[in-house]
Design a protein around this ligand. Structure first.
Ligand code: ADP
Ligand code: MG
Length: 346
């Protein structure tokens, strides 16, 4: 965590905007030859490709989307990139470039912003995307980060939210609810720390949860795995707001209904144990908590054999006629309506 009373800290007004931009961006690599001109001129220049171009953007605001009390700046930079890349992978596309705009108050020294950029760079290197520009400005209070990601895909490979058909299988990658529980653990530790700054919490039994909250990954690998398996989902979305609201998006845009089976929802053992400890219902958390950045998609039943037994995928339900509605089938075999915040119990 940064400390702005640190003696080695350099106030931003000492180096000026151009010096700052140079220091932040000088070590980035360029991975794609269609990045013709990156940072350094009035605009970046990309070579047009024969593919379709996809563009997505996200704005993160301190105090609304992140809390620097437990989010190290490097992790914040990494996560800010990931949330954008996840949107491109959810379209079955490749991510190629990003722009990063920041507004910083004078409470952040140069070293803090460099930390932020070290996370952005790590994400660029891990996912092979090029930083091609951005904007830098001051804010009266707090930190704002806006990232735009650019990707591409063949027209016929792009997967929309709107293509699900009745009888398609509903599939999710990885497991759910861990990121939210990681946040609960960190919030609790923050409160303990405020009362007793000497406390040295042992967080090993929550390690997976905290990692999912602080260092989420985007499922670039899934786009490749699906390609290798020759499976093109009929619809897809990434899970940023919780399973129930993402299911409702797919159903609404595809004009179908859905049956989701509670017993199929994939949960890590740490999620189950921590739900018990916090007295939370794991299904409710999986349905209503976000930030797992897994992919949720539908496939035609004829593709089932191709994904069957693959540890990346869990079939959690199937699509129905729109007029059958959107339901959770509980372990007790009760049928309850799914609503955006989770489910309606009666
Ligand atoms: P202008 O005044 O024309 O907007 P800037 O001085 O803001 O130009 O930016 C100079 C170059 O640095 C541009 O290529 C811009 O995209 C890039 N840039 C500015 N801020 C950032 C940033 N925070 N991260 C990455 N690139 C940046
Ligand atoms: Mg500018």
């Amino acid at each position: 965590m940064f400390d702005n009373k640190d003696k080695s800290s350099t106030p931003l007004d000492k180096i000026g905007e151009f010096g700052l931009i140079k220091q932040l961006t000088e070590n980035f690599k360029v991975y794609h030859k269609d990045t013709f001109k990156g940072v350094g001129d009035d605009a970046a220049v990309l070579n047009a490709s024969k593919l379709q171009t996809l563009i997505t953007t996200d704005l993160l605001i301190e105090g609304v989307h992140f809390d620097l009390a437990y989010m190290p700046l490097k992790h914040l930079g990494y996560k800010a990139v990931i949330v954008n890349l996840s949107d491109l992978y959810a379209m079955n596309a490749e991510a190629k470039q990003i722009t990063v705009s920041i507004a910083v108050s004078n409470r952040f020294p140069l070293e803090a912003i460099k930390e932020l950029y070290s996370g952005i760079k790590l994400a660029c290197d891990t996912y092979q995307v090029d930083l091609i520009g951005g904007d830098t400005t001051s804010s009266t209070k707090g930190l704002l980060i806006s990232i735009t990601a650019i990707g591409e895909a063949k027209k016929e490979e792009i997967v929309y939210r709107s293509g699900a058909k009745k009888n398609d299988l509903l599939v999710v990658t990885g497991d759910l609810a861990a990121a939210y529980l990681g946040l609960q653990v960190l919030e609790r530790e923050k409160q303990v720390f405020q009362i007793n700054p000497e406390s040295q919490p042992d967080l090993t039994k929550y390690s997976y949860l905290i990692e999912r909250q602080l260092k989420p990954e985007a499922r670039k690998d899934i786009v490749q795995i699906l390609k290798d398996l020759k499976v093109k989902p009929t619809s897809m979305i990434d899970i940023s707001d919780g399973l129930s609201s993402e299911i409702l998006h797919l159903c609404e845009q595809s004009q179908v209904g859905c049956n989701l089976f509670e017993e199929k929802i994939p949960l890590d053992p740490q999620v189950i144990a921590t739900c018990e400890e916090f007295n939370l219902e794991s299904t409710t958390v999986a349905l209503s908590s976000g930030e797992d950045y897994e992919l949720l998609f539908t496939i035609d039943q004829k593709d089932y054999d191709k994904i069957k037994g693959n540890p990346n995928f869990t079939v959690i339900g199937h699509m129905t006629n729109k007029n059958e509605g959107t339901h959770l089938i509980t372990r007790a075999n009760q049928k309850v309506e799914i609503i955006a915040q989770g489910w309606r119990s009666f």
